[in-house]
Design a protein around this ligand. Structure first.
Ligand code: PLP
Length: 375
């Protein structure tokens, strides 16, 4: 049997039960389960606000749009970001007519605060930090830089559902945190995300912008009394970015199992670590920051013969991935090519080994034997 990189696991019967409730109630859209999921997410994370979206990509875009609107940033103002990320992170900056300025990554594959500081200019307005694979890297130092230079902080927490630092969910220091509940993330739905603003005013503005700029949602109106249920104002040219109750229904179930699932992911990572212990000269697992209890969305190793190893693993029925190709190699961002040498080098060495709940210890042992044999 082939071993895939990601095979999501759903609590099928429980999900169907939650979805059934939506269908029977006749409420599959915005409101109902979306409200319940937002409340549960706030409770789980301890973040003050949470708004359910149809993806994290739109969340990152909205995060920057709203910060730009509210702080009177200009077009072409700069956001410092990482080249080792899913392309959503960097497209989000461009969507808002801001300029992504790439800073290099460190041994954690996260933004390196030393290089970030070098890339701050008078036009820098924000830093976009990606907790790659659930790792927090040097997030704390990035928070300090934001304070020192008065920059906004956006946390792309797409991989970080359930990550803790010293027992707490990180993000309270950021202006806005964006999670992904896309099909293969740690809390899989099909497609959805959550945006968590520090400020309640910005959360309120965000809620209007995710529903076309309308100032009162249908669910709120359905629960209104009196003859003015139908009446609302439109204050902005908003978007259709909010999430729906079917996705939230799945999310509510998956959230119950998130900590249990992540602890199994950490177990898998430990098995990988143990197996690779004697081979550190040629197989280098990417370390997790010392105080970080990672969600372990990814288990990444760096090797010198990455492309060969990928082919050899494929021939043995193992299908790993690469997270990520240095974004400055893409045509869209090639103007920045060469600005982040460590990212460039690592992006040619890294492999993400299979990481999901259906893997057994035997699977991990087999993957490791095969990796060791071909490096
Ligand atoms: C998956 C991912 C996103 C986008 O999430 P969607 O919910 O698919 O839009 C953004 N950033 C990173 C780092 C991701 O891995």
């Amino acid at each position: 049997m082939a071993i895939q990189l990601f095979t999501p696991t759903f609590q099928v019967e429980e999900c169907l039960q939650e979805i059934r409730e939506c269908l029977e109630k006749g409420w599959t859209g915005l409101g109902f389960k979306t409200v319940e999921f937002e409340n549960k997410w706030k409770e789980y994370t301890g973040l003050p606000n949470a708004h359910f979206l149809n993806s994290a990509t739109v969340g990152l875009s909205l995060a920057l749009k709203i910060l730009k609107m509210e702080n009177n940033w200009n077009d072409n103002d700069e956001v410092i970001t990482t080249p080792l990320t899913f392309i959503s992170t960097n497209h989000a900056i461009v969507y808002e007519n801001l300029t992504p300025v790439f800073a290099d990554v460190d041994e954690y594959l996260c933004l390196d605060p030393i290089d970030v500081e070098k890339k701050i200019t008078p036009k820098t307005k924000a830093i976009m930090f990606v907790g790659l694979g659930g790792n927090t890297g040097k997030y704390k130092e990035i928070v300090e830089l934001c304070k020192k230079y008065n920059l906004k902080l956006v946390l792309d927490a797409a991989h970080m559902a359930g990550t803790r630092v010293n027992g707490e969910i990180p993000g309270k220091e950021a202006d806005v945190v964006v999670y992904s509940f896309q099909a293969v993330k740690n809390l899989p739905t099909a497609d959805s995300g959550m945006i968590c603003f520090q400020s309640s005013e910005l959360d309120e503005l965000c809620r209007k912008l995710t529903w076309l700029g309308i100032n009162k949602d249908t669910y709120a109106r359905a629960n209104d009394k009196g003859a003015y249920k139908w009446k609302y104002d439109v204050e902005y040219v908003g978007y259709k970015y909010h999430g729906n109750s079917i996705m939230a229904a799945i999310g509510l179930v998956q959230l119950k199992y998130l900590d249990r699932d992540n602890s199994y992911r950490r177990q898998l990572a430990e098995w990988y670590d143990q197996n690779f212990k004697g081979f550190s000269s040629k197989i280098k697992p990417v370390p997790v920051a010392i105080d970080c209890e990672s969600s372990r969305h990814l288990y990444v190793i760096a090797v010198d013969n990455r492309d060969e190893l990928l082919l050899a693993l494929n021939e043995s029925g193992i299908y790993p991935g690469v997270h990520y190709r240095d974004n400055t190699e893409y045509s869209m961002y090639k103007h920045a090519y060469g600005t982040c040498p460590n990212s460039h080098k690592l992006s040619e060495q890294i492999i993400s080994l299979p990481m999901h709940l259906q893997l057994t210890k035997q699977d991990v042992d087999f993957i490791c034997e095969t990796v060791i044999k071909y490096t």
